[in-house]
Ligand binder design. Sequence first.
Ligand code: BES
Ligand code: ZN
Ligand code: ZN
Length: 481
Amino acid sequence: MKIKFSLQKTPLEKIRADALALALFEDKKLSQELEKLDKILGGLLKSALKEEFEGKEGEILSLHTHGKISAKKIIIAGLGKKKEFNSHILQNIGIAIVKAAKASKAKILAIAPFEEENIPSLVEGVVLGNYEFKKYYSKKEKEHLKKIIIIAEVSGKNKEAVETAAHFAQATNFARDLVNEPASHLSPYSIVQEAKKIKRHSPGISLKILDKRSLKKIGAGGILSVAEGSDQPPYLVHLSYKPQGAKKRIVLVGKGLTFDSGGISLKPADKMMEMKIDMAGAAVVLGVFSALKHFKPKVEVHGIIPTCENMPSGKALRPGDVIKTLSGKTVEVLNTDVEGRIVLADGLTYGAKLKPDLMIDLATLTGACIVALGDEIAGLMVNEAKVAELMGKVSEKTGEKFWLLPLPKEYKEGLKSEIADLNNIGFGKGKAVTITGGLFLEEFVENIPWAHLDIAGPVWKEKEGATGFGVRTIVELIRSL
Ligand code: BES
Ligand code: ZN
Ligand code: ZN
Protein backbone atom coordinates (compact mmCIF):
# COMPACT_ATOMS: atom_id res chain seq x y z
CA MET A 1 0.00 0.00 0.00
CA LYS A 2 1.17 3.50 -0.76
CA ILE A 3 1.75 5.69 2.26
CA LYS A 4 1.03 9.39 2.36
CA PHE A 5 3.81 11.76 3.26
CA SER A 6 3.46 15.22 4.67
CA LEU A 7 5.85 17.85 5.94
CA GLN A 8 5.17 19.56 9.21
CA LYS A 9 7.16 22.00 11.29
CA THR A 10 5.63 21.64 14.74
CA PRO A 11 7.31 21.46 18.16
CA LEU A 12 8.01 17.78 18.86
CA GLU A 13 5.75 17.57 21.89
CA LYS A 14 2.79 18.74 19.82
CA ILE A 15 3.15 16.28 16.94
CA ARG A 16 0.02 14.17 16.79
CA ALA A 17 1.10 10.69 15.82
CA ASP A 18 1.05 7.12 17.07
CA ALA A 19 4.82 7.10 17.07
CA LEU A 20 7.47 9.77 16.96
CA ALA A 21 10.83 8.56 15.67
CA LEU A 22 14.14 10.15 16.64
CA ALA A 23 17.65 9.18 15.66
CA LEU A 24 20.83 9.50 17.70
CA PHE A 25 24.51 8.82 17.16
CA GLU A 26 26.56 6.76 19.57
CA ASP A 27 27.54 9.89 21.48
CA LYS A 28 23.82 10.19 22.41
CA LYS A 29 24.06 13.99 22.37
CA LEU A 30 20.65 15.64 22.49
CA SER A 31 19.87 18.65 20.34
CA GLN A 32 18.20 21.66 21.96
CA GLU A 33 14.88 20.44 20.67
CA LEU A 34 15.37 17.03 22.24
CA GLU A 35 16.53 18.54 25.54
CA LYS A 36 13.28 20.45 25.62
CA LEU A 37 11.29 17.34 24.79
CA ASP A 38 13.07 15.44 27.56
CA LYS A 39 12.07 18.10 30.09
CA ILE A 40 8.43 17.83 29.08
CA LEU A 41 8.73 14.05 29.36
CA GLY A 42 10.11 14.44 32.89
CA GLY A 43 13.55 13.05 32.01
CA LEU A 44 12.17 9.85 30.49
CA LEU A 45 14.35 10.16 27.41
CA LYS A 46 17.64 10.63 29.22
CA SER A 47 17.09 7.87 31.72
CA ALA A 48 16.11 5.42 28.99
CA LEU A 49 19.10 6.44 26.89
CA LYS A 50 21.42 5.88 29.78
CA GLU A 51 20.22 2.42 30.64
CA GLU A 52 18.82 0.87 27.51
CA PHE A 53 20.41 2.47 24.47
CA GLU A 54 23.90 2.48 22.99
CA GLY A 55 23.19 4.23 19.69
CA LYS A 56 24.59 1.37 17.62
CA GLU A 57 23.71 1.49 13.94
CA GLY A 58 20.18 0.13 13.46
CA GLU A 59 19.46 -0.23 17.18
CA ILE A 60 15.86 0.54 18.10
CA LEU A 61 14.37 1.54 21.46
CA SER A 62 10.62 2.10 21.90
CA LEU A 63 9.19 4.12 24.82
CA HIS A 64 5.67 4.89 25.96
CA THR A 65 5.05 8.58 26.48
CA HIS A 66 2.16 8.05 28.96
CA GLY A 67 0.24 11.02 27.61
CA LYS A 68 2.95 13.54 28.43
CA ILE A 69 3.22 14.59 24.77
CA SER A 70 0.82 14.23 21.83
CA ALA A 71 2.65 11.27 20.30
CA LYS A 72 1.83 7.96 21.98
CA LYS A 73 5.21 6.40 21.56
CA ILE A 74 8.77 7.38 20.89
CA ILE A 75 11.00 5.25 18.70
CA ILE A 76 14.70 6.00 19.04
CA ALA A 77 16.96 4.70 16.29
CA GLY A 78 20.73 4.34 16.55
CA LEU A 79 22.80 6.00 13.83
CA GLY A 80 26.11 4.44 14.87
CA LYS A 81 29.35 6.37 14.74
CA LYS A 82 29.24 9.90 13.35
CA LYS A 83 32.43 9.26 11.37
CA GLU A 84 30.98 6.24 9.56
CA PHE A 85 27.63 7.79 8.77
CA ASN A 86 26.41 7.87 5.18
CA SER A 87 23.18 8.01 3.19
CA HIS A 88 23.00 4.25 2.82
CA ILE A 89 23.05 3.80 6.60
CA LEU A 90 20.32 6.40 6.87
CA GLN A 91 18.20 4.49 4.38
CA ASN A 92 18.57 1.38 6.53
CA ILE A 93 17.59 3.42 9.60
CA GLY A 94 14.45 4.48 7.73
CA ILE A 95 13.67 0.81 7.13
CA ALA A 96 14.29 -0.05 10.82
CA ILE A 97 12.09 2.81 12.04
CA VAL A 98 9.17 1.75 9.83
CA LYS A 99 9.46 -1.86 10.91
CA ALA A 100 9.41 -0.78 14.56
CA ALA A 101 6.42 1.49 13.96
CA LYS A 102 4.53 -1.31 12.20
CA ALA A 103 5.37 -3.76 14.98
CA SER A 104 3.68 -1.37 17.40
CA LYS A 105 0.71 -1.06 15.00
CA ALA A 106 1.20 2.66 14.42
CA LYS A 107 -0.95 4.25 11.73
CA ILE A 108 0.64 7.66 11.83
CA LEU A 109 4.40 7.90 12.19
CA ALA A 110 6.32 11.15 12.59
CA ILE A 111 10.04 11.24 11.98
CA ALA A 112 12.30 13.91 13.49
CA PRO A 113 14.57 15.71 13.76
CA PHE A 114 17.29 15.61 11.17
CA GLU A 115 19.14 17.64 8.64
CA GLU A 116 17.13 18.47 5.56
CA GLU A 117 19.70 16.88 3.28
CA ASN A 118 18.83 13.54 4.87
CA ILE A 119 15.21 13.63 3.74
CA PRO A 120 15.68 11.59 0.52
CA SER A 121 17.47 8.63 2.11
CA LEU A 122 15.06 8.49 5.03
CA VAL A 123 12.00 8.64 2.80
CA GLU A 124 13.44 5.93 0.58
CA GLY A 125 14.07 3.77 3.61
CA VAL A 126 10.54 4.32 4.84
CA VAL A 127 8.97 3.29 1.52
CA LEU A 128 11.25 0.25 1.19
CA GLY A 129 10.68 -0.75 4.81
CA ASN A 130 6.93 -0.54 4.43
CA TYR A 131 6.97 -3.02 1.54
CA GLU A 132 5.28 -6.37 1.93
CA PHE A 133 4.05 -9.02 -0.46
CA LYS A 134 1.04 -10.53 1.23
CA LYS A 135 -1.50 -10.65 -1.57
CA TYR A 136 -1.79 -14.43 -1.41
CA TYR A 137 -2.58 -14.64 2.29
CA SER A 138 -6.30 -15.31 2.61
CA LYS A 139 -6.45 -13.43 5.91
CA LYS A 140 -5.94 -9.74 5.36
CA GLU A 141 -4.33 -7.66 8.06
CA LYS A 142 -6.17 -4.55 9.12
CA GLU A 143 -3.44 -2.52 10.72
CA HIS A 144 -1.60 -0.39 8.22
CA LEU A 145 0.80 2.43 8.40
CA LYS A 146 -1.10 5.18 6.61
CA LYS A 147 0.72 8.41 7.07
CA ILE A 148 4.25 9.60 7.62
CA ILE A 149 4.95 13.06 8.90
CA ILE A 150 8.41 14.35 8.13
CA ILE A 151 9.23 17.05 10.60
CA ALA A 152 10.95 19.70 8.53
CA GLU A 153 10.37 23.09 6.96
CA VAL A 154 7.34 23.03 4.64
CA SER A 155 9.20 24.29 1.58
CA GLY A 156 8.91 23.54 -2.13
CA LYS A 157 12.39 22.08 -2.06
CA ASN A 158 11.57 19.68 0.75
CA LYS A 159 8.29 18.67 -0.82
CA GLU A 160 10.08 17.80 -4.02
CA ALA A 161 12.76 15.88 -2.14
CA VAL A 162 10.10 13.77 -0.42
CA GLU A 163 8.22 13.10 -3.64
CA THR A 164 11.24 12.18 -5.75
CA ALA A 165 12.62 9.87 -3.07
CA ALA A 166 9.24 8.18 -2.67
CA HIS A 167 9.02 7.63 -6.43
CA PHE A 168 12.48 6.06 -6.60
CA ALA A 169 11.71 3.68 -3.78
CA GLN A 170 8.34 2.84 -5.32
CA ALA A 171 10.13 1.90 -8.54
CA THR A 172 12.22 -0.53 -6.50
CA ASN A 173 9.08 -1.89 -4.81
CA PHE A 174 7.45 -2.33 -8.20
CA ALA A 175 10.42 -4.48 -9.29
CA ARG A 176 10.10 -6.45 -6.04
CA ASP A 177 6.42 -7.12 -6.75
CA LEU A 178 7.24 -8.49 -10.19
CA VAL A 179 10.01 -10.75 -8.86
CA ASN A 180 7.91 -12.01 -5.92
CA GLU A 181 5.03 -12.91 -8.22
CA PRO A 182 4.94 -16.65 -8.89
CA ALA A 183 5.43 -17.85 -12.46
CA SER A 184 1.82 -19.08 -12.52
CA HIS A 185 0.80 -15.43 -12.31
CA LEU A 186 3.64 -13.80 -14.20
CA SER A 187 4.26 -15.15 -17.70
CA PRO A 188 6.21 -13.61 -20.58
CA TYR A 189 2.90 -12.11 -21.69
CA SER A 190 2.50 -10.50 -18.25
CA ILE A 191 5.84 -8.77 -18.83
CA VAL A 192 4.39 -7.42 -22.08
CA GLN A 193 1.30 -6.22 -20.21
CA GLU A 194 3.40 -4.50 -17.57
CA ALA A 195 5.34 -2.71 -20.31
CA LYS A 196 2.03 -1.64 -21.88
CA LYS A 197 0.84 -0.26 -18.54
CA ILE A 198 4.03 1.76 -18.15
CA LYS A 199 3.66 3.19 -21.64
CA ARG A 200 0.03 4.08 -20.97
CA HIS A 201 0.94 6.04 -17.85
CA SER A 202 4.04 7.78 -19.16
CA PRO A 203 3.58 10.16 -22.10
CA GLY A 204 7.19 10.22 -23.35
CA ILE A 205 7.60 6.45 -23.58
CA SER A 206 7.05 4.31 -26.67
CA LEU A 207 6.80 0.57 -26.90
CA LYS A 208 7.50 -2.05 -29.51
CA ILE A 209 6.58 -5.68 -28.95
CA LEU A 210 8.05 -8.47 -31.01
CA ASP A 211 5.93 -11.62 -30.77
CA LYS A 212 6.90 -15.12 -31.87
CA ARG A 213 6.18 -14.37 -35.52
CA SER A 214 8.24 -11.19 -35.55
CA LEU A 215 11.02 -12.94 -33.66
CA LYS A 216 11.06 -15.62 -36.38
CA LYS A 217 11.10 -12.97 -39.07
CA ILE A 218 14.19 -11.23 -37.68
CA GLY A 219 15.88 -14.53 -36.82
CA ALA A 220 16.01 -14.29 -33.02
CA GLY A 221 16.89 -17.96 -32.72
CA GLY A 222 18.22 -17.56 -29.19
CA ILE A 223 14.95 -16.49 -27.60
CA LEU A 224 12.90 -18.80 -29.82
CA SER A 225 14.89 -21.92 -29.05
CA VAL A 226 14.90 -21.43 -25.26
CA ALA A 227 11.12 -20.83 -25.38
CA GLU A 228 10.48 -23.97 -27.45
CA GLY A 229 9.68 -26.28 -24.53
CA SER A 230 7.09 -23.99 -22.95
CA ASP A 231 3.42 -23.44 -23.76
CA GLN A 232 4.00 -19.74 -23.07
CA PRO A 233 5.01 -17.81 -26.20
CA PRO A 234 8.17 -15.67 -26.04
CA TYR A 235 8.45 -11.93 -26.63
CA LEU A 236 10.99 -9.23 -27.03
CA VAL A 237 9.87 -6.01 -25.37
CA HIS A 238 11.45 -2.73 -26.48
CA LEU A 239 10.61 0.31 -24.39
CA SER A 240 12.08 3.64 -25.39
CA TYR A 241 12.28 7.09 -23.92
CA LYS A 242 13.62 9.81 -26.19
CA PRO A 243 13.61 13.27 -24.62
CA GLN A 244 14.32 16.29 -26.76
CA GLY A 245 17.92 17.42 -26.76
CA ALA A 246 19.29 14.14 -25.40
CA LYS A 247 23.04 13.92 -25.91
CA LYS A 248 23.54 10.36 -24.70
CA ARG A 249 21.85 7.07 -25.42
CA ILE A 250 21.81 4.13 -23.04
CA VAL A 251 20.46 0.64 -23.68
CA LEU A 252 19.38 -1.62 -20.83
CA VAL A 253 18.91 -5.32 -21.46
CA GLY A 254 17.16 -7.40 -18.78
CA LYS A 255 16.98 -11.19 -18.62
CA GLY A 256 13.29 -12.06 -18.53
CA LEU A 257 13.01 -15.79 -17.82
CA THR A 258 9.68 -15.94 -15.99
CA PHE A 259 10.62 -19.45 -14.90
CA ASP A 260 13.82 -21.42 -15.34
CA SER A 261 13.28 -25.13 -14.76
CA GLY A 262 16.57 -25.80 -16.54
CA GLY A 263 14.70 -27.33 -19.48
CA ILE A 264 15.82 -30.85 -20.51
CA SER A 265 18.93 -30.26 -18.37
CA LEU A 266 16.41 -30.13 -15.53
CA LYS A 267 17.43 -28.46 -12.27
CA PRO A 268 17.28 -30.46 -9.04
CA ALA A 269 14.22 -29.54 -6.92
CA ASP A 270 16.11 -27.50 -4.33
CA LYS A 271 17.67 -25.32 -7.03
CA MET A 272 14.43 -24.93 -8.97
CA MET A 273 12.14 -23.71 -6.23
CA GLU A 274 13.13 -20.07 -6.43
CA MET A 275 13.49 -19.88 -10.20
CA LYS A 276 10.56 -17.51 -10.59
CA ILE A 277 13.19 -14.88 -9.84
CA ASP A 278 14.94 -15.44 -13.17
CA MET A 279 13.23 -12.35 -14.58
CA ALA A 280 14.74 -9.99 -12.00
CA GLY A 281 16.82 -8.26 -14.70
CA ALA A 282 13.63 -7.57 -16.65
CA ALA A 283 12.01 -6.30 -13.44
CA VAL A 284 14.82 -3.75 -13.03
CA VAL A 285 14.27 -2.48 -16.57
CA LEU A 286 10.52 -2.15 -15.95
CA GLY A 287 11.16 -0.54 -12.55
CA VAL A 288 13.46 2.05 -14.09
CA PHE A 289 10.99 2.83 -16.88
CA SER A 290 8.20 3.26 -14.35
CA ALA A 291 10.27 6.00 -12.69
CA LEU A 292 11.47 7.88 -15.79
CA LYS A 293 8.50 10.24 -15.86
CA HIS A 294 9.35 11.38 -12.36
CA PHE A 295 12.92 12.44 -12.97
CA LYS A 296 12.82 13.16 -16.69
CA PRO A 297 16.47 12.60 -17.51
CA LYS A 298 18.01 14.27 -20.54
CA VAL A 299 19.23 10.90 -21.75
CA GLU A 300 17.73 8.59 -24.34
CA VAL A 301 16.93 5.29 -22.63
CA HIS A 302 16.04 1.98 -24.26
CA GLY A 303 14.86 -1.05 -22.33
CA ILE A 304 15.13 -4.40 -24.07
CA ILE A 305 13.57 -7.45 -22.46
CA PRO A 306 13.86 -10.85 -24.06
CA THR A 307 11.27 -12.84 -22.14
CA CYS A 308 10.31 -16.50 -22.19
CA GLU A 309 10.01 -19.59 -20.02
CA ASN A 310 12.53 -22.46 -19.88
CA MET A 311 10.62 -25.74 -19.65
CA PRO A 312 11.19 -29.39 -20.57
CA SER A 313 8.80 -31.01 -23.05
CA GLY A 314 8.75 -33.04 -26.26
CA LYS A 315 9.39 -29.85 -28.16
CA ALA A 316 12.11 -28.51 -25.90
CA LEU A 317 15.63 -27.59 -26.90
CA ARG A 318 17.97 -30.58 -26.38
CA PRO A 319 21.52 -30.69 -25.06
CA GLY A 320 23.75 -30.83 -28.11
CA ASP A 321 21.41 -28.84 -30.35
CA VAL A 322 22.88 -26.08 -32.46
CA ILE A 323 21.00 -22.82 -32.72
CA LYS A 324 21.48 -19.63 -34.71
CA THR A 325 21.24 -16.39 -32.76
CA LEU A 326 19.99 -13.02 -34.02
CA SER A 327 23.60 -11.99 -34.65
CA GLY A 328 24.08 -14.88 -37.06
CA LYS A 329 26.50 -16.58 -34.66
CA THR A 330 25.75 -20.23 -33.95
CA VAL A 331 25.77 -21.84 -30.51
CA GLU A 332 26.07 -25.47 -29.51
CA VAL A 333 23.76 -25.77 -26.50
CA LEU A 334 25.45 -28.34 -24.28
CA ASN A 335 23.29 -27.57 -21.24
CA THR A 336 19.78 -26.19 -21.65
CA ASP A 337 19.94 -24.70 -18.13
CA VAL A 338 22.54 -22.24 -19.37
CA GLU A 339 19.79 -20.40 -21.20
CA GLY A 340 20.25 -16.86 -19.89
CA ARG A 341 23.21 -16.03 -22.10
CA ILE A 342 21.35 -17.43 -25.14
CA VAL A 343 18.33 -15.15 -24.79
CA LEU A 344 20.55 -12.22 -23.76
CA ALA A 345 22.67 -12.74 -26.88
CA ASP A 346 19.63 -11.79 -28.96
CA GLY A 347 18.78 -8.93 -26.61
CA LEU A 348 22.32 -7.54 -26.84
CA THR A 349 22.42 -7.86 -30.65
CA TYR A 350 19.10 -6.01 -30.82
CA GLY A 351 20.41 -3.37 -28.40
CA ALA A 352 23.74 -2.91 -30.17
CA LYS A 353 21.87 -2.05 -33.38
CA LEU A 354 20.59 1.07 -31.60
CA LYS A 355 24.22 2.25 -31.43
CA PRO A 356 24.12 3.41 -27.80
CA ASP A 357 26.92 5.17 -25.93
CA LEU A 358 26.54 2.61 -23.19
CA MET A 359 24.84 -0.77 -22.92
CA ILE A 360 24.11 -2.46 -19.60
CA ASP A 361 22.68 -5.92 -19.17
CA LEU A 362 21.20 -7.14 -15.92
CA ALA A 363 20.76 -10.84 -15.41
CA THR A 364 20.37 -13.54 -12.81
CA LEU A 365 22.94 -15.38 -14.86
CA THR A 366 24.92 -17.74 -12.67
CA GLY A 367 24.55 -19.50 -9.35
CA ALA A 368 28.35 -19.42 -9.26
CA CYS A 369 28.19 -15.66 -8.76
CA ILE A 370 26.26 -16.26 -5.53
CA VAL A 371 28.90 -18.75 -4.43
CA ALA A 372 31.62 -16.18 -5.08
CA LEU A 373 30.00 -12.96 -3.83
CA GLY A 374 27.00 -13.94 -1.68
CA ASP A 375 23.70 -12.11 -1.65
CA GLU A 376 24.91 -8.58 -0.93
CA ILE A 377 27.19 -8.10 -3.93
CA ALA A 378 26.58 -8.41 -7.65
CA GLY A 379 29.19 -9.39 -10.23
CA LEU A 380 30.32 -6.67 -12.63
CA MET A 381 32.06 -7.32 -15.95
CA VAL A 382 32.99 -4.65 -18.47
CA ASN A 383 34.72 -4.25 -21.81
CA GLU A 384 36.16 -0.81 -20.96
CA ALA A 385 37.72 0.36 -17.70
CA LYS A 386 35.84 3.66 -17.75
CA VAL A 387 32.51 1.82 -17.50
CA ALA A 388 33.71 0.12 -14.30
CA GLU A 389 34.78 3.51 -12.95
CA LEU A 390 31.35 4.95 -13.63
CA MET A 391 29.70 1.98 -11.93
CA GLY A 392 31.97 2.44 -8.92
CA LYS A 393 30.86 6.05 -8.49
CA VAL A 394 27.21 5.14 -8.81
CA SER A 395 27.57 2.32 -6.32
CA GLU A 396 29.09 4.68 -3.76
CA LYS A 397 25.98 6.81 -3.94
CA THR A 398 23.35 4.08 -3.79
CA GLY A 399 25.00 1.55 -1.52
CA GLU A 400 24.24 -1.26 -4.00
CA LYS A 401 27.51 -3.16 -4.22
CA PHE A 402 29.35 -4.59 -7.22
CA TRP A 403 32.62 -6.47 -7.54
CA LEU A 404 34.57 -6.27 -10.78
CA LEU A 405 35.48 -9.62 -12.33
CA PRO A 406 37.93 -9.91 -15.23
CA LEU A 407 37.09 -11.00 -18.78
CA PRO A 408 40.44 -12.53 -19.80
CA LYS A 409 40.90 -13.43 -23.48
CA GLU A 410 42.53 -16.70 -22.48
CA TYR A 411 39.27 -17.97 -21.08
CA LYS A 412 37.55 -17.63 -24.45
CA GLU A 413 39.17 -20.99 -25.13
CA GLY A 414 36.45 -22.54 -22.96
CA LEU A 415 33.69 -21.27 -25.23
CA LYS A 416 34.99 -23.05 -28.34
CA SER A 417 32.86 -25.71 -29.98
CA GLU A 418 33.77 -28.43 -32.48
CA ILE A 419 30.65 -27.82 -34.54
CA ALA A 420 29.48 -24.22 -33.93
CA ASP A 421 30.86 -20.72 -33.30
CA LEU A 422 30.44 -21.05 -29.52
CA ASN A 423 29.32 -23.51 -26.88
CA ASN A 424 27.09 -22.22 -24.08
CA ILE A 425 28.72 -23.81 -21.02
CA GLY A 426 32.30 -22.54 -21.16
CA PHE A 427 34.77 -24.87 -19.48
CA GLY A 428 31.95 -26.71 -17.70
CA LYS A 429 32.91 -28.49 -14.45
CA GLY A 430 32.21 -25.35 -12.47
CA LYS A 431 35.29 -23.55 -13.76
CA ALA A 432 35.03 -19.73 -14.08
CA VAL A 433 31.29 -20.04 -14.76
CA THR A 434 30.41 -16.40 -14.07
CA ILE A 435 33.34 -15.10 -16.12
CA THR A 436 32.74 -17.34 -19.14
CA GLY A 437 29.11 -16.13 -18.97
CA GLY A 438 30.41 -12.58 -19.32
CA LEU A 439 32.79 -13.58 -22.13
CA PHE A 440 29.94 -15.28 -23.98
CA LEU A 441 27.83 -12.10 -23.77
CA GLU A 442 30.76 -9.94 -24.89
CA GLU A 443 30.62 -11.76 -28.24
CA PHE A 444 27.34 -9.95 -28.93
CA VAL A 445 28.01 -6.36 -27.82
CA GLU A 446 29.79 -5.17 -30.97
CA ASN A 447 32.44 -3.20 -29.06
CA ILE A 448 29.90 -0.85 -27.57
CA PRO A 449 30.93 0.34 -24.06
CA TRP A 450 29.17 -2.28 -21.96
CA ALA A 451 28.67 -3.65 -18.49
CA HIS A 452 27.26 -7.03 -17.53
CA LEU A 453 25.71 -7.14 -14.06
CA ASP A 454 25.26 -10.66 -12.73
CA ILE A 455 22.63 -9.96 -10.07
CA ALA A 456 21.77 -13.60 -9.21
CA GLY A 457 22.72 -13.08 -5.54
CA PRO A 458 21.38 -9.72 -4.32
CA VAL A 459 17.97 -9.78 -6.03
CA TRP A 460 16.68 -12.24 -3.46
CA LYS A 461 17.04 -12.47 0.31
CA GLU A 462 15.95 -15.41 2.37
CA LYS A 463 12.85 -14.56 4.47
CA GLU A 464 12.59 -11.12 2.82
CA GLY A 465 12.06 -12.17 -0.79
CA ALA A 466 12.75 -9.85 -3.69
CA THR A 467 14.94 -6.82 -2.98
CA GLY A 468 14.58 -4.83 -6.20
CA PHE A 469 18.38 -4.69 -6.38
CA GLY A 470 19.56 -2.80 -9.45
CA VAL A 471 16.79 -0.23 -9.84
CA ARG A 472 18.60 2.36 -7.69
CA THR A 473 21.85 1.72 -9.50
CA ILE A 474 20.40 2.20 -12.96
CA VAL A 475 18.35 5.27 -11.97
CA GLU A 476 21.47 6.84 -10.45
CA LEU A 477 23.55 5.83 -13.47
CA ILE A 478 21.12 7.51 -15.85
CA ARG A 479 21.15 10.63 -13.69
CA SER A 480 24.93 10.72 -13.72
CA LEU A 481 25.27 10.49 -17.53
N1 BES B 1 18.99 -18.78 -13.68
C1 BES B 1 20.15 -19.55 -13.46
C2 BES B 1 21.14 -18.87 -12.50
C3 BES B 1 20.67 -18.63 -11.10
C4 BES B 1 20.94 -19.53 -10.08
C5 BES B 1 20.01 -17.45 -10.79
C6 BES B 1 20.52 -19.27 -8.78
C7 BES B 1 19.59 -17.19 -9.50
C8 BES B 1 19.84 -18.09 -8.48
C9 BES B 1 20.87 -19.82 -14.77
O1 BES B 1 20.09 -19.91 -15.90
C10 BES B 1 21.59 -21.12 -14.61
O2 BES B 1 20.92 -22.12 -14.47
N2 BES B 1 22.90 -21.06 -14.59
C11 BES B 1 23.71 -22.21 -14.36
C12 BES B 1 24.95 -22.10 -15.20
C13 BES B 1 25.91 -23.26 -15.13
C14 BES B 1 25.23 -24.58 -15.36
C15 BES B 1 27.00 -23.03 -16.15
C16 BES B 1 24.07 -22.23 -12.89
O3 BES B 1 24.36 -21.19 -12.32
O4 BES B 1 24.03 -23.32 -12.29
ZN1 ZN C 1 19.22 -21.85 -16.18
ZN1 ZN D 1 18.29 -18.80 -15.81
